[in-house]
Design a protein around this ligand. Structure first.
Ligand code: AMP
Ligand code: MN
Ligand code: MN
Ligand code: MN
Length: 284
C-alpha cells in the first residue's frame, strides 16, 4: 500500500461534539468501511480521544489523535483541524475550554431569536435532548430538533432556512483566533490543517491573506478530499496546496449515518501529486 492509497479518514465527529455515534461505535464503523488510519476530530474538545484510541487499537486500526478548533478570522468562522496532538497538553486543554465557554449563552440567544423571529419555541430544551456533552451544544443539535418538529425536512434544509449566517436563528459568535488555534496545536506537538477550505465565503484576495497568515504561524496542511468539497474542489485545492507548499489531508467529516454527505472511509483517494500530511507519521 502506498502513501496515497492508504484509506486515511482524518476528520470525524462523535457524541463528544455534534456526531451521533460514540467514539467506540465510530471506530467500529470506520473499521467496517475499510479505514486504515482514523482520526477523531471533535469540535473544540479532546475528551473523546482516549476512548477512540483504545477502540481503534482493539480493532487493529491506525489512529491519529485530533481536534477541530472553531476560529474567527476577518469576521468569518473557519475551522482548523489539529492532528497528531498530545491531547493531554494543558495549554491545548485550557484553550479549548475557553473556546467552548460561550456556547451555552449563544444557544440560549439562538433559541430566543428562533422564538421571537419565527415563532419556534422551546428549541434550547429541544436541542439539549440531542446533546451528548453538555459543554458542547452546537447548531447541529438545534438542526436535529428542528427536523424532529417538522420545521424543515432535513438538517441541511434547517441550516439553509434558519441557522446559516444571515438566517433568523444565526447568532454571531467570536471563537478563538487563528494565531491561538495554530499555537495550541503546535504546542501540543501537532500539525495544523485548514478544514474544508472550499466552504468559506472569502474572496480570492482574502483567501490568499488567510493562507499566508496560517503559514506564518506554522500551519502546514489543508484538506483537499473532504465530504464538504465537490469533486472539482479536490483538484482545485490540491493545486492550491502545491502552490503554497502545504501538505494535504483527507477526511469525511462524518457526523451521522442519517445525514452524511459521505460515509466514514468512503471518500475517493487523494489525487496524483498530493503530499499527504501523514507521510511522516506512518511507514507505508
Ligand atoms: P457550530 O459549531 O455550533 O456553529 O456548528 C457548526 C456545525 O454545524 C458544523 O460543524 C456542521 O456539523 C454543522 N453545519 C454547518 N453548516 C451546515 C450545513 N449547511 N448543513 C449541515 N450541517 C451544517
Ligand atoms: Mn460539526
Ligand atoms: Mn468543520
Ligand atoms: Mn468537522
Amino acid at each position: 500500500m502506498s502513501i496515497l492509497t492508504l484509506n486515511a479518514d482524518l476528520h470525524s465527529h462523535s457524541t463528544i461534539s455534534d456526531g451521533v455515534l460514540t467514539p467506540a461505535a465510530l471506530a467500529e464503523r470506520a473499521k467496517a468501511n475499510g479505514v486504515d488510519v482514523w482520526a477523531l476530530t471533535d469540535h473544540d474538545e479532546v475528551s473523546g480521544v482516549a476512548a477512540a484510541r483504545a477502540a481503534a487499537h482493539e480493532l487493529d486500526m491506525g489512529f491519529i489523535s485530533g481536534v477541530e478548533i472553531s476560529i474567527t478570522w476577518a469576521g468569518k468562522t473557519i475551522h482548523i483541524v489539529g492532528l497528531n496532538i498530545d491531547e493531554n497538553n494543558p495549554d491545548l486543554i485550557a484553550g479549548l475550554a475557553k473556546t467552548r465557554s460561550g456556547r451555552e449563552r449563544r444557544a440560549q440567544d439562538m433559541a430566543a431569536d428562533l422564538a421571537s423571529k419565527v415563532g419556534i419555541t422551546g428549541s434550547f430544551e429541544g436541542a439539549l435532548k440531542y446533546v451528548g456533552n453538555p459543554d458542547l451544544i452546537s447548531r447541529s443539535h438545534f438542526a436535529r430538533y428542528l427536523v424532529e418538529i417538522g420545521a424543515a425536512p432535513s438538517v441541511s434544509d434547517v441550516f439553509k432556512l434558519y441557522l446559516a449566517e444571515g438566517k433568523p436563528g444565526y447568532v454571531p459568535h467570536r471563537w478563538a483566533t487563528l494565531a491561538e488555534a495554530v499555537s495550541w496545536i503546535r504546542g501540543a506537538g501537532g500539525a495544523a490543517v485548514v478544514a474544508h477550505p472550499g466552504r468559506y465565503d472569502l474572496s480570492p484576495l482574502a483567501f490568499d491573506s488567510f493562507f499566508r497568515e496560517f503559514k506564518e504561524y506554522g500551519g502546514i496542511a489543508i484538506e483537499t478530499v473532504t465530504g464538504s468539497h465537490t469533486v472539482d474542489q479536490y483538484d482545485e485545492y490540491t493545486k492550491i496546496a502545491n502552490q503554497y507548499g502545504f501538505l494535504v489531508s483527507r477526511g469525511s467529516d462524518f457526523h451521522s449515518p442519517e445525514d452524511a454527505e459521505v460515509d466514514i472511509g468512503k471518500l475517493p483517494l487523494l489525487p496524483k501529486f498530493s503530499k499527504p500530511v501523514w507521510e511522516n507519521w506512518l511507514s507505508a
